[in-house]
Design a protein around this ligand. Structure first.
Ligand SMILES: Nc1ncnc2c1ncn2[C@@H]1O[C@H](COP(=O)(O)OP(=O)(O)OP(=O)(O)O)[C@@H](O)[C@H]1O
Ligand SMILES: [Mg+2]
Length: 251
């Protein structure tokens, strides 16, 4: 279907002998902001990596824009979970963002004026122009996160996958990142975000996918963030759920 950007069918992934994702059937709509939510170890990062096609599947399939991921990889931009990046790598902010433009370039092309302008524009969006020549190792966590968002923006892809972009960032950075993501959605991009905070999720996302090794449910965020679904995803975290129910009843 044309309005489905990402679709998985019976997707099962193992690491060694451990099942991490089990028969996940999910459709992610194009042009929407979708949150992937679930407890630690639920397989959220694994699902994102499966969308990119970088993990071996045990069974099932996943398609992006109606094709296997490797055929459309230039159309997929990825912002990794922060801990998985080597921040001591000796490179400046501008260079990291400029790298975002590489997937679209042919091997014989040199980085030119257009690529540099795209990188500059992306830095403006995340409010980091003043840091263009700073080594990435000298940035705060929130700034580093925004550099990676800028790199994804410079790629000008159709699909944006972000793994916990708000981890360790302050409220101002979080709002800046969220504003950029909503702007991308409004421009017709498909944005998928792994997220932890249930309270903000209902304000941030159009749709939510609840994962805990299996698909618990997927749909509009106002429906999926109700206690009956959350309790299936989070199991015995009762205190949290009681709080959620309380918050919901105030709305
Ligand atoms: N490279 C790997 N080798 C072996 N096991 C792995 C590997 N990566 C992840 N796992 C395991 O797979 C499970 C799912 O991991 P994943 O990183 O997808 O979870 P997550 O939902 O993203 O968790 P978190 O909220 O902590 O980021 C975990 O139990 C994890 O220990
Ligand atoms: Mg993760």
């Amino acid at each position: 279907m044309k309005d489905i950007a990402i679709e998985s069918h019976q997707l099962t992934v193992h690491y060694d002998r451990k099942v991490v994702l089990h028969e996940v059937d999910v459709s992610i709509k194009a042009g929407r902001l979708t949150g992937i939510i679930g407890p630690n170890g639920a397989g959220k990062s694994t699902f994102i990596k499966s969308i990119m096609g970088v993990l071996p599947r045990t069974s099932g399939w996943i398609q992006v824009l109606g094709k296997p991921s490797h055929q459309v990889k230039k159309q997929i931009a990825y912002v990794p979970q922060r801990e998985s990046v080597d921040w001591d790598f000796p490179v400046t902010v501008f260079d990291v963002v400029l790298m975002g433009t590489y997937p679209k370039m042919k091997w014989w092309q040199k980085v030119g004026v257009l690529e540099r302008a795209n990188a500059q524009k992306a830095l403006e969006k995340v409010q980091l122009v003043d840091y263009a020549n700073t080594p990435i190792s000298d940035l705060s966590g929130g700034q580093q996160q925004r550099v990676f968002l800028a790199r994804a923006l410079a790629q000008n892809a159709h699909i944006y996958l972000l793994d916990e972009p708000f981890a360790g960032v302050d409220m101002a950075s979080e709002q800046n990142i969220m504003q950029v993501l909503k702007g991308m959605r409004d421009a017709g991009k498909t944005v998928v975000v792994v997220h932890h905070d249930l309270y903000s999720a209902q304000h941030y996302f159009d749709d939510v996918i609840l994962l805990n090794k299996r698909l618990i449910g997927a749909g509009e965020s106002s429906v999926m963030l109700q206690p009956e679904y959350l309790s299936q995803a989070y199991g015995s975290s009762l205190t949290l759920l009681t709080q959620m129910a309380h918050e919901m009843s105030k709305k």
